[in-house]
Design a protein around this ligand. Structure first.
Ligand code: TRP
Length: 452
């Protein structure tokens, strides 16, 4: 690759623009909606511990590797892998990694958009005062009635998909960059306010205890896989999102520093969400393992009772929708980039086609909460199954392949040049990406299959 090669979609205007966009991709429903509910379902502290270990030992090294591959290839994931495997003298089949990523991205977006639609609907519920002075039963009923109505879910899913596509159609600088700039600071301010509220509840210490006390008897092999899948999901790894964002990254930016910063912010937001949700759960005697509705059944209670709750409730759900938008645009970007680069489509057309497929797929998730709620495979609803297969299987497999390629296939001089790390740091990354990350993913898979 020449040093001057650039992506045809443009480049980030600065280091902070890349960091903002990558953080926007990382921070989303995964942190605020998914992390609390799967932590609740999987028993708390020990699960959180495994999650944190996965972020540090697997997530960060793979994030560095995926960004690096993207910047060196400078194209959509399929092409980037093709170009890089030629450069490395490796097999041409590595391009299937790009394919796997695109499919995973669209599948994930199909349910992501449905849940983001819930958050959008809750903006209006908050606005209309539905949470005001409502008790726990009323809040639960509100949520149940809502997800029980396919028409409502379809409406909000459609609206969210349309917003995502509008932003993506406008391209890197205009759409993606601008929408993230004010989001992160605003999110932190609101989380800080909610944290103060959580600290005043009677269940605060019980919540903290649930989140951080290590009881390994609650940890199954499957829970370890879910924790690892969550590390991938939350950082947005393993499917080419980070790769396409890396493709828009100027040469002179340190990939390692940026990755560590992004992972730190992402993890902080997830932990904050947990520290806010679980005290509310225990204060009101709710069930931490109640599933995907957890934040929609807990936070409204807080907004309904706290001073200024009306305003904070509206703001919170607005920000959650924006955080979801900045992740959704990342999920669809690899496919759009591929359609534009390889199929010669206009960006608008590419958005329309991939968006249509994703929108239709979203109906599976929508119906799994109502008309198909009793239809289960392996004891999982269709939504749970879709989430399991994408987050816990496809993403780690994609991540494993990225680690193997970056650690074993790519020429050392190329990764050294691309990362520009001083030596002990480069060696640590090499060690993690060659041995630790692949071995860890592999062992978790074995554990789940029951071989261990
Ligand atoms: N990380 C985002 C979240 O936590 C979702 C997301 C963006 C994602 N890009 C991804 C998930 C790539 C998996 C793969 O909400």
């Amino acid at each position: 690759m020449t040093d001057t090669k650039k992506s045809i979609h443009g480049e980030w205007s600065s280091r902070s623009a890349f960091i903002l966009a990558a953080t926007g991709s990382a921070v989303g429903l995964g942190n605020i909606w998914k992390f609390p509910y799967i932590t609740g379902e999987n028993g708390g502290g020990a699960f959180v511990m495994v999650y944190l270990l996965c972020v540090a030992l697997i997530g960060i090294p793979i994030m560095i590797a995926e960004t690096m591959l993207g910047r060196r290839g400078r194209e959509n994931p399929v092409h980037t892998m093709q170009v890089l495997s030629v450069e490395a003298g490796a097999d041409n089949n590595w391009r299937y990694l790009g394919w796997l990523g695109m499919v995973a991205g669209l599948l994930i977006l199909s349910y992501y958009s449905v849940i983001a639609g819930w958050a959008s609907a809750y903006v209006f519920k908050a606005f209309s005062g539905s949470f005001f002075a409502a008790d726990v039963t009323a809040i639960e009923q509100l949520f149940r009635d809502f997800i029980g109505s396919p028409m409502q879910l379809i409406f909000w899913h459609t609206l969210f998909m349309a917003a995502t596509l509008l932003i993506v159609a406008r391209g890197v600088g205009n759409g993606l960059e601008k929408s993230v700039r004010f989001l992160m600071p605003a999110l932190f301010v609101l989380l800080a306010l909610l944290l103060i509220y959580a600290m005043t509840t009677s269940g605060y210490f019980q919540g903290i205890h649930f989140l951080f006390s290590l009881d390994f008897s609650k940890l199954s092999g499957n829970a370890i896989l879910i924790a690892m899948g969550q590390a991938f999901f939350s950082l947005g790894l393993g499917m080419g999102c980070v790769m396409v964002y890396g493709a828009y990254l100027p040469k002179d930016i340190s990939i390692a520093k940026a990755s560590i910063l992004i992972a730190a912010v992402d993890t902080l937001v997830a932990l904050l969400a947990g520290i806010i949700i679980f005290p509310i759960v225990f204060t009101h005697g709710l069930n931490p393992g109640s599933g995907p509705g957890l934040i929609f059944e807990t936070l409204p209670i807080a907004f309904g009772t706290m001073t200024g709750g009306w305003l904070f409730g509206v703001l919170f759900f607005v920000i959650l929708v924006f955080a979801a938008l900045s992740s959704a645009i990342a999920l669809i970007e690899p496919t759009v980039a591929w359609l534009v680069e390889s199929r010669g489509m206009s960006r608008e057309r590419a958005c329309l086609q991939s968006g249509l497929v994703t929108w239709l797929l979203g109906f599976v998730t929508i119906f799994s909460f109502n008309v198909w709620a009793d239809f289960k495979i392996f004891g999982l609803t269709l939504f749970d199954l879709l989430d399991y297969v994408t987050a816990n299987l496809m993403l780690p497999i994609g991540g494993l392949a990225i680690a193997v390629f970056a650690g074993w296939k790519m020429k050392r001089q190329h990764s050294e040049q691309e990362l520009g790390l001083p030596n002990p740091h480069y060696q640590i990354w090499q060690f993690l990406i060659k041995y630790i990350a692949p071995a860890a993913v592999f062992l978790v898979f074995l554990d789940v299959v029951g071989v261990l």
